[in-house]
Design a protein around this ligand. Structure first.
Ligand SMILES: Nc1ncnc2c1ncn2[C@@H]1O[C@H](COP(=O)(O)OP(=O)(O)OP(=O)(O)O)[C@@H](O)[C@H]1O
Length: 231
């Protein structure tokens, strides 16, 4: 269970995120939507302890995220993967991440075989550096890397961006499989309302840093969101 208490973030005196209270139960597939600048990436960055809150805190299973090394079961992929990427081939990168998460080569290989169709196994053979891959292929590598080491919480910031339609469908299948696992919590942010509604069982909308909608996914959710964002 992730708990958010009185969480806010300011930059130069301007509040960009302000969430009084939010709970994300273990096993939930949680969709975060909102216009450009609404605060989605800020929220995820706070969950991941990549930035410090101005007020409040985030707890994972009652452990405050930035006070203990024990909270680190979160993995994440972001829209722009380039910050992860030096002069490493995808294969070197996967083994490097595996090493960080206590996975041996055989564990990583098993995962790569399992998801070969999604991330396009060809990427491994051509030995290009990650920085020289297309944006979509970088994205695929970033997403698969989040799955290494059996994380409890997987954060996918704009996972559908830059992916072709076939790959989007494969990704939706993967997210639904993860969502069906009661011990895995998946958090997805996206501008694609339809994809988000399809893979998430709860949708939260942010507007200018404030939580403006919080609803379970039903048959009406997509229409409701489309009307909301059409205003
Ligand atoms: N380092 C920073 N310094 C100043 N302002 C920032 C910084 N990082 C984010 N912001 C501001 O915080 C607000 C929320 O940004 P954020 O990236 O969280 O939005 P978002 O919902 O992810 O947007 P998008 O859909 O465009 O990716 C924006 O107004 C942004 O300009």
């Amino acid at each position: 269970m992730i708990q958010v208490n009185n969480l806010s973030k300011e930059y130069s005196g301007t509040t960009v995120l302000n969430i009084e209270s939010l709970e994300i139960p273990k096993g939930q597939s949680f969709g975060l939507v909102g216009n450009n600048g609404a605060g989605k990436t800020t929220f995820f960055s706070l969950l991941l302890d990549l930035i410090q809150p101005t007020t409040g805190c985030v707890l994972n299973n009652e452990i405050q995220v930035n006070t203990s090394e024990d909270w680190k079961p979160f993995t994440a992929s972001f829209l722009d993967e380039s910050f992860l990427i030096g002069y490493l081939t995808p294969e070197e990168y996967f083994y490097f991440i595996g090493d960080l998460r206590g996975q041996n080569k055989a564990d990583v290989d098993a995962l790569l075989i399992r998801y070969e169709e999604f991330f396009n196994g060809e990427i491994l053979k051509n030995k290009k550096y990650l920085r020289d891959l297309s944006k979509g292929n970088q994205k695929k590598v970033g997403i698969i890397a989040t799955l290494i080491g059996n994380p409890e919480v997987i954060i996918l910031d704009e996972p559908f961006a830059n992916l072709d339609p076939t790959t989007v469908n494969r990704l939706k299948k993967i997210i639904k499989e993860l969502a069906d696992n009661p011990s895995i919590t998946v958090l997805v942010s996206s501008h694609d309302l339809q994809h988000t509604v399809e893979v998430c069982d709860r949708i939260v909308a942010l507007n200018k840093g404030e939580l403006v909608k919080d609803m379970p996914t039903t048959k009406e959710t997509l229409q409701e969101l489309e009307l909301f964002f059409a205003v």
